[in-house]
Write a protein that binds this ligand. Structure first.
Ligand SMILES: [Zn+2]
Length: 271
């Protein structure tokens, strides 16, 4: 068995939870309050062109409402990207980035596909537009890290979150990063009269010391940091080339041990 396993999130956690909500609707205010009460963090994919319109949050409240969460691209006007010219695809994404960045004050680096619509032609544009992940509306029903963050499939929609949440909590630690990713629209809770669904989910999964609560981009950044750690052939010297602390399991002893390596550190493991 290999000695070093990169199977831990920050803090040594084996499990991470992230949520993703689209369209920037006024029901996000109630959702954010529920999430904040449970210490659960999310990413909100916004259409800058519809902010402050009927049923949407105001541009002037974006920064404070979503503080502690992530604001991300969903297209300026929620256009179906595969149907657009290349120039319009670029405009939908880059101008949404620009507008949202002016509101939140940090680089906006992710998105979700409006209407869930994408194709290879759209995906090919994303790296040059500074987009580092893009969530689809597909769900794999599992808890895996995606191979391709530009075609990121969630665990599933929030309609299934209670049963899935219990599965996630009951999941025994296996060697591998375990991520639960739930997506939806907050207006669905209002329309379907089921705010209790997300409230129960937050009671079930919130404030759990075994879970790392992250935004979408934090998951991406941490996975990238893992890939930035270099290891010697013998497997006892690690070099962390990333800018953040990376956690791993050291299987050299009789019991596996959680350890970490600091940014820039060259770590010699004991024999
Ligand atoms: Zn949408």
């Amino acid at each position: 068995m290999a000695r070093i396993l990169f199977d831990r999130f920050p803090g040594g956690h084996r499990k991470a939870l992230t949520l993703s909500y689209d369209d920037g609707v006024v029901e996000d205010r109630r959702l954010v309050e529920i999430l904040n009460g449970a210490g659960i963090r999310a990413t909100f994919h916004l259409n800058s062109g519809t902010l402050s319109k009927a049923g949407r949050v105001g541009a002037d409240e974006v920064r404070t409402l979503y503080a502690g969460h992530e604001v991300s691209v969903h297209g300026v006007v929620h256009a179906c990207l595969p149907h657009l010219s290349r120039e319009s695809i670029i405009g939908e994404i880059l101008e949404d980035r620009r507008a949202l960045e002016r509101l939140v004050g940090y680089p906006v680096r992710g998105m979700s596909y409006a209407g869930g619509d994408f194709n290879d032609r759209v995906v090919d544009q994303l790296p040059s537009l500074g987009i580092e992940y893009a969530r689809t509306t597909y769900g794999h029903t599992g808890f895996s890290i995606p191979d391709d963050f530009l075609r990121w499939q969630s665990t599933g929609h929030h309609r299934d979150c209670l049963a899935k949440g219990r599965d996630f909590l009951n999941l025994r630690p296996t060697y591998g990063l375990q991520l639960m990713y739930v997506w939806g629209h907050s207006y669905e809770f209002e329309r379907n009269g089921n705010w209790d669904l997300i409230e129960q989910f937050c009671r079930d999964l919130g404030r759990n010391p075994a879970i790392w609560y992250a935004t979408n981009i934090e998951i991406v950044d941490y996975c990238r940091a893992i890939r930035s750690v270099r290891c010697n052939v013998d497997g006892n010297v690690l070099h962390n080339l990333s800018g953040q602390e990376v956690w791993f399991t050291d299987c050299a002893g009789p019991e596996p041990v959680a350890r970490s390596i600091q940014p820039g550190q060259l770590l010699q493991l004991d024999a």
